[in-house]
Design a binder for this molecule. Structure first.
Ligand SMILES: [Zn+2]
Length: 460
């Protein structure tokens, strides 16, 4: 199994610290708003990665932080005039609902930053003791010139940076690389949010949260750290120097970063009107599994161009899989040697996924298999036993993809007939009749969807 490691800019053979186990840290949400589809591209990628590791029999220990304190959450809570906890709880709850909607498996641990301030203070204290910091007006900064290879992950050179420049806010651009705040002294902008500690009255910076919580749950050196490419600098760059500056050990062996999501070819932004939360897309009537498929289908290191056209295509792809499941359940044909077909598909799928999660090739092999199986079904060459083997195989594959509903039921004959009559009425441009038939179908608890490949019936 190989992964592309941002640290070395190479695909590397994956070797965990402990045989058979994987410690994995994922930068989680800052709970100041509903998460947008770009965020979910990251979380779907993380989900695919953890599912693939589990498929390959690793015991996965995934930690995803919940940032419930930073510049943005404090600002938001003060604006709304409610406590920080009250403010963040709402978005945290929404985040977990969204994960379930997209069939994203739960990580093993979701530490909240506000519950781990003690560990962060201890980590800052170690950095103070090791001579990596200085203080200014109660705020403790990390002196980046004190850390050899500061820019190794982002490939920036410390010599290019302005000596002595410092930044207090959590987010800033590469051009402003400078000493950054580990611990922020309280000021009036923080309202009633502060901790009284031996390093002063204040609150942690965003970057220290991840270094402290990842090492607490995964140890000083662990296997995989993931996140979007926008986190390489400054967040992950700072995580490395905070951790390694304190322990003197290598922090993370494999850094995996997913590319951005763009919408209809453009950067997603509120000003362009192409900014979508997951909830916005659901409101437009798209199915969760189609959204998951759309977020999954592009290799994680390529930009994903989200569009409503491709979302429609995703619905069709899911439809093809669901149609096959239904047909297999009633298959009763002659016996064919499907084992060989299954084996070939499985090999292609596994080789592709082992190669840095090459999802495009993996999915292509799956849809070739769907086509071949459909052909055999049409020729009456799938027996009950064959159908069971195929279904078992699809279940195995879907433990990785998480897109198939194996419980979906076949459509009753009378509903099928109503749908055919409606289609006929539509062809004859008798739309009043078509609408009447649609209502009858709805009364029988089915909905009819018009797709590029014709109408599809679904249970309500
Ligand atoms: Zn982080």
């Amino acid at each position: 199994m190989k992964f592309y490691n941002t640290l070395t800019r190479k695909k590397e053979l994956f070797k965990p610290v402990k045989k058979g186990q994987v410690g994995m840290y994922t930068c989680g949400p800052t709970v100041y708003d509903f998460a947008h589809i770009g965020n979910f591209r990251s979380y779907v990628f993380d989900d695919l990665l953890r599912r693939w590791l589990k498929y390959r029999n690793f015991k996965v220990n995934q930690v995803m932080n919940i940032t419930d304190i930073d510049d943005k959450t404090i600002k938001g809570s003060i604006k709304e005039g409610i406590s920080l906890k009250e403010y963040t709880k709402k978005y945290e709850k929404a985040f977990f609902e969204d994960l379930d909607t997209l069939n994203i498996e739960r990580a093993e641990v979701y530490p909240e930053a506000t519950k781990h301030v003690k560990g962060m203070v201890e980590l800052v204290q170690k950095l103070v003791d090791n001579g990596h910091t200085y203080e200014s007006k109660g705020t403790i900064y990390f002196r980046i010139s004190s850390f050899k290879d500061y820019g190794k992950l982002a490939r920036i050179k410390v010599e290019d940076l302005k000596a002595g420049a410092r930044v207090c806010q959590d987010e800033y651009e590469k051009e402003n690389a400078s000493d950054f705040a580990l611990w922020k002294a309280w000021d009036e902008n923080d309202g009633d949010v502060f901790w009284e500690t031996n390093i002063g009255k204040g609150r942690p910076g965003w970057h220290i949260e991840c270094s402290a919580m990842s090492m607490k749950y995964l140890g000083e050196t662990f296997d995989i750290h993931t996140g979007g490419v926008d986190l390489i600098f400054p967040h992950h760059t700072n995580e490395i120097c905070q951790a390694e500056g304190a322990t003197g050990k290598k922090f993370v062996n494999y850094w995996l970063h997913n590319e951005h999501l763009i919408v209809e070819g453009k950067k997603m932004s509120k000003s362009l009107g192409n900014f979508y939360t997951l909830r916005d897309i659901l409101e437009k009537g798209y199915k969760p599994m189609a959204i998951r498929y759309e977020l999954l289908v592009t290799h994680y290191r390529q930009k994903l161009n989200f569009s409503f056209k491709s979302l429609k295509a995703a619905e069709n792809s899911i439809g093809r899989l669901q149609d096959l499941i239904i047909k297999l359940k009633s298959a009763n044909g002659k016996t064919t040697a499907v084992k060989k077909l299954i084996e070939n598909t499985q090999n292609k799928f596994e080789d592709a996924m082992d190669d840095d999660l090459n999802i495009s090739i993996a999915l292509a092999s799956l849809f070739d298999f769907v086509r071949d199986t459909n052909k055999l079904l049409l020729e009456g060459k799938i027996s009950k036993k064959n159908a069971k083997d195929v279904l078992d195989f699809l279940k195995k594959i879907d433990s990785v993809l998480g897109i198939i509903d194996f419980e979906e039921q076949d459509v009753p004959k009378e509903v099928q007939e109503l749908a055919e009559k409606r289609e006929q009425a539509r062809k004859n441009k008798n739309f009043a009749e078509a609408d009447k038939l649609r209502d009858e179908i709805t009364k029988k608890d089915y909905i009819i969807e018009d797709t590029n490949q014709g109408p599809r019936l679904k249970k309500k």
